[in-house]
Write a protein that binds this ligand. Structure first.
Ligand code: ARG
Ligand code: ZN
Length: 853
């Protein structure tokens, strides 16, 4: 077992030395790459006598201080060099083997191209360095390689020199004028197709835009380019932020651990978030590209110009940048539907993280492996925390806060507190209690009781908050919770819509002059990432579905109505009574289906009823089998009750060519097929006539709910058609992973041997194994433990191959507390086996040891 020491936020110390300038020279030559780093080191703590540098798996061939050989010690993960010079030049030459780097951190090869991933702590795999975000240096980079195989040699900033070296080799030099932390360094060398364009900033500077993709994929780069130009224009109009270099490059690579990376001037992207055309990418893929291209672009200010002091502050850049990309998507498309998607991520995944062994605050207190903290908590709950400040300050106050933040901190590495202070100072809003959102983990429960006094015409809400203890933190304090609510009259009139600040453990809101008991729409727009506990009646929820001003509230009400009905039936099953569907629920859905004025994408969201995972998240303990039976029963009842309307709506939508219509059509199809095989022919026709991936995949996904001959034959047709397009084969792998059935694992084991699958490519692993564990709960949780075994075998393989990916796909296995005793036993046994591995990675150690604690 490697070092397993946790680091603590409370132990943060400013560095003893800093590096102001670094000149890097790369000689790229197959498995043998030479890196020369010449750093200008300055001592900042006068008493420091040793320079301590970070480094991992490095071979040093030379080390010089001011041009003279100097003694040093290599300690595990660090290099110590004794000196009391106040400033000096440090030269280190290291040798690397990028071909052997399957962990995809540092310098590695993706399908014949060299590329880097340095966030969070990957730069230390390239050279010994002060690999911490509060050391900001100016970089110049020289890259030398074979010219035919690597015609493009890229790095951050501006290209300042290039030339031929004879022998078929060439070089390019880059200079980045903006000081940056090492995690924003990037290098790419390869042969690509290049899509070029330009953007003129509002102050009139012209910026060259370049998207590099694998040869033959140029036609799939246009949407990414368009998204980039939209992002640049949007950041100018909404945030008054302009791009600052003369060139912006995006490179798409096949082998990538995450979505994308915001390296200064040279973003590296997973191909999944660049490549798209109508035949091969779904509407969802298009949307994902727009949002990730935006996200990385927005980092140029929130992350790069102002960066993090230390990695505990990750949410400073990620929460804020997710908030910004969500706002971008909402301004480009449907605000309500974007909000619904964001809410689902919190309720399904973030709440699950909070109630599992890895619960942490958006600014964690302690970390073993930083890569484990690129989480839905830091990113998505972090974005909710920013959104709450936006709600409390309003757009104007928030923008004033942003302006103040940049005025104070441009060019610095700062903390989450610095951000909140800027918001507070610019707006005059007191955020002292609000700051607890940064340090407190767990999901707050907001319980609301209503009372109506007809004599006094007074309506009263009693609001109390409580955050259950989490493994990392037992004491919880009351939070400052913005509660957005609307009161609606029986005739549907809106009586009031307002944001209240809940700050006490318990407090009352009293509304006078209420001539009748209103229906409350609570926590509108999900105004805080909390679990709302309010005992809504069926009538109230139906009233909200009809009259709530907010479309998000209508969706929330429909989901709550469905969830309540599911849990009611789970109780019936437990009592051995037969299940029951309230005809009002069916009528409410029918009413929406008949409402031609309702936004189609929104209706599609309503018809995609809460998933099994969503429902599991609503309770502390779950009987998975009863839950699945109840959910299926209800969907079948609703679908058969609305069959005519679903068929009519499906037919009417079939010929419409927009994303909303496609989403609704596929939602109708899914319900119809769940209800009866007789509708299979609709899916078959849709698949055969499809002229876009959304329709093809929609048909397959609808069929994939159940084993059938038609399903099998269309899946194999799909495979033959797309055998040469890995990103589409990923969809095929995921369909297999998500098909229900008891013997799934046998089929999936075979698929790991299929040419479309590979353990060394993270996209393949996520599509097959990750999707199975996370999105097919019934098969994953087979009572015989076969699902757990399959995941465990894969994790053991990935532990040495790619620890980051291994630690990511293990998530469903560590969240075992909700399941029955038998399943828990099997899951724990699997985790024990992983914990006992002789060469267990830090990544897995952190998660598994916490799960078993
Ligand atoms: N900063 C990147 C983003 O959010 C994520 C990169 C994280 N990579 C990692 N290996 N932990 O856009
Ligand atoms: Zn990010």
């Amino acid at each position: 077992m490697a070092q397993v020491k946790a680091k603590y936020l409370k132990d943060y110390r400013a560095p003893d030395h800093t590096i102001t300038q670094v000149d890097l020279s790369f000689v790229l030559d197959g498995a043998n790459t030479q890196v020369t780093a010449v750093s200008q080191v300055r001592r900042v703590n006068d008493t420091a006598k040793t320079l301590v540098l970070d480094g991992e798996s490095l071979t040093v061939s030379q080390l010089l201080v001011n041009g003279q050989a100097h003694e040093y010690r290599e300690v595990e993960g660090q290099l110590h060099l004794d000196t009391d010079l106040a400033s000096f030049e440090l030269t280190i030459v290291t040798q690397l083997d990028p071909q052997a780097n399957l962990a995809l951190e540092g310098l590695y090869m993706s399908d014949g191209a060299y590329c880097t991933q340095c966030e969070a702590e990957g730069f230390r795999r390239i050279t010994y360095f002060l690999d911490r975000p509060d050391v900001l240096a100016v970089y110049s980079v020289r890259i030398e390689a074979d010219k035919a195989a690597f015609p493009y040699l890229l790095s951050n900033g501006n290209r300042v020199d290039s030339g031929d070296l004879g022998n078929g080799r060439h070089f390019v030099c880059w200079q980045d004028p903006f000081p940056k932390p090492a995690y924003l360094f990037a290098l790419v060398a390869g042969d690509f197709d290049l899509l070029s364009d330009s953007f003129t900033t509002k102050s009139g500077r012209e910026v060259a835009l370049q998207v590099f993709v694998d040869k033959g994929n140029l036609h799939k780069a246009h949407h990414a380019m368009l998204s980039l130009k939209k992002s640049m224009a949007w950041d100018e109009s909404r945030f008054d932020l302009e791009y600052d270099l003369d060139i912006y490059m995006i490179v798409a690579v096949d082998f990538f651990n995450m979505g994308a990376m915001e390296n200064k001037g040279l973003n590296v992207f997973n191909t999944k978030y660049v490549l798209a055309d109508k035949d091969s990418a779904t509407d969802e893929d298009y949307h994902g590209i727009e949002s990730v291209v935006g996200h990385e672009y927005f980092h140029n200010w929130t992350g790069n110009r102002v960066t993090c002091r230390d990695w505990f502050q990750l949410s400073l850049k990620e929460g804020l940048t997710v908030f910004r990309d969500q706002e971008f998507s909402s301004d480009m498309g449907s605000r309500a539907v974007n909000r619904i998607h964001a809410i689902k991520v919190i309720k399904n995944q973030q709440f699950a993280e909070d109630s599992g062994p890895m619960a942490h605050a958006i600014r964690p207190d302690s970390v073993i492996e930083m890569n484990n903290f690129y989480t839905v908590t830091v990113y998505n709950k972090g974005a909710e925390v920013i959104r709450m400040m936006h709600t409390l300050l309003g757009e104007q106050g928030f923008q004033a806060g942003m302006k103040c933040y940049f005025e104070r901190h441009d060019g610095q590495a700062v903390t989450c507190d610095d951000f909140v202070a800027a918001m507070e100072d610019a707006s005059g809003v007191d955020l002292s209690q609000f700051r607890r959102w940064y340090s407190q983990s767990g999901t707050p429960e907001l319980t609301i009781l209503e009372a109506y006094d007809a004599d006094k015409q007074a309506y009263r809400l009693t609001v109390s908050q409580h955050t259950p203890a989490t493994p990392d933190q037992s004491e919880k304090l009351p939070l400052h919770i913005p509660l957005d609510l609307e009161l609606i009259a029986s005739d549907g009139r809106s009586l009031l819509s307002q944001v209240f600040s809940v700050t006490e453990t318990e407090q009352e809101l009293v509304f006078s002059e209420m001539a009748e008991r209103p229906v409350p729409s609570l926590l509108q727009n999900f105004s805080a990432p909390v679990r709302l506990k309010f005992d809504y009646s069926v009538e109230q929820l139906i009233h909200l579905m009809r009259y709530a001003s907010s479309e998000v509230a209508k969706w929330e009400a429909s989901a709550a109505l469905f969830s309540q009905a599911v849990w009611g039936n789970v109780e019936h099953l437990k009592a051995q009574q037969s299940m029951y569907v309230d005809p009002r629920l069916v009528d409410a859905v029918k009413g929406l289906l008949l409402d031609e004025a309702l936004d189609k994408a929104l209706l599609a969201e309503v018809l995609n009823f809460p998933s099994l995972n969503t429902l599991v998240e609503q309770v502390g303990q779950v009987d998975l089998d009863a839950l699945a039976a109840a959910r299926e029963f209800l969907i079948e009842e609703i679908a058969s009750g609305c069959e005519d309307e679903l068929v009519a709506r499906y037919r009417e939508l079939a010929s419409q060519d927009d994303a909303g219509a496609r989403a609704l059509k596929n939602a109708c199809l899914t319900l119809l097929l769940q209800m009866s095989d007789a509708h299979q022919v609709l899916a078959q026709r849709q698949y055969e006539q499809a002229n876009n991936m959304t329709d093809s995949l929609g048909a397959l996904a609808a069929l994939n709910q159940e084993a059938s001959q038609l399903r099998d034959s269309l899946l194999s047709d799909f495979q033959q058609k797309w055998a040469d397009t890995p990103l589409v084969m990923d969809k095929w792998l995921t369909l297999h992973a998500c098909c229900p059935g008891e013997d799934r694992v046998t089929a999936l084991r075979e698929l790991t041997l299929h040419s479309a699958f590979s353990f060394s490519n993270p996209n393949r692993v996520r599509s097959l194994i990750g999707a199975f564990a996370a999105a097919n709960p019934l098969s994953f949780h087979q009572p015989d433990g076969s699902g757990y075994r399959f995941l465990t075998e894969a994790i053991i393989k990935l532990n040495t191959l790619n620890p980051q990916v291994a630690a990511r796909i293990i998530t469903p296995l560590i969240q075992f507390k909700k399941f029955d005793e038998q399943r828990q036993k099997l899951m724990r046994a699997a985790l024990e086996e992983i914990l006992a591995l002789p060469d267990l990675s830090k990544d897995l150690y952190e998660k598994v040891s916490k799960a078993l604690a």
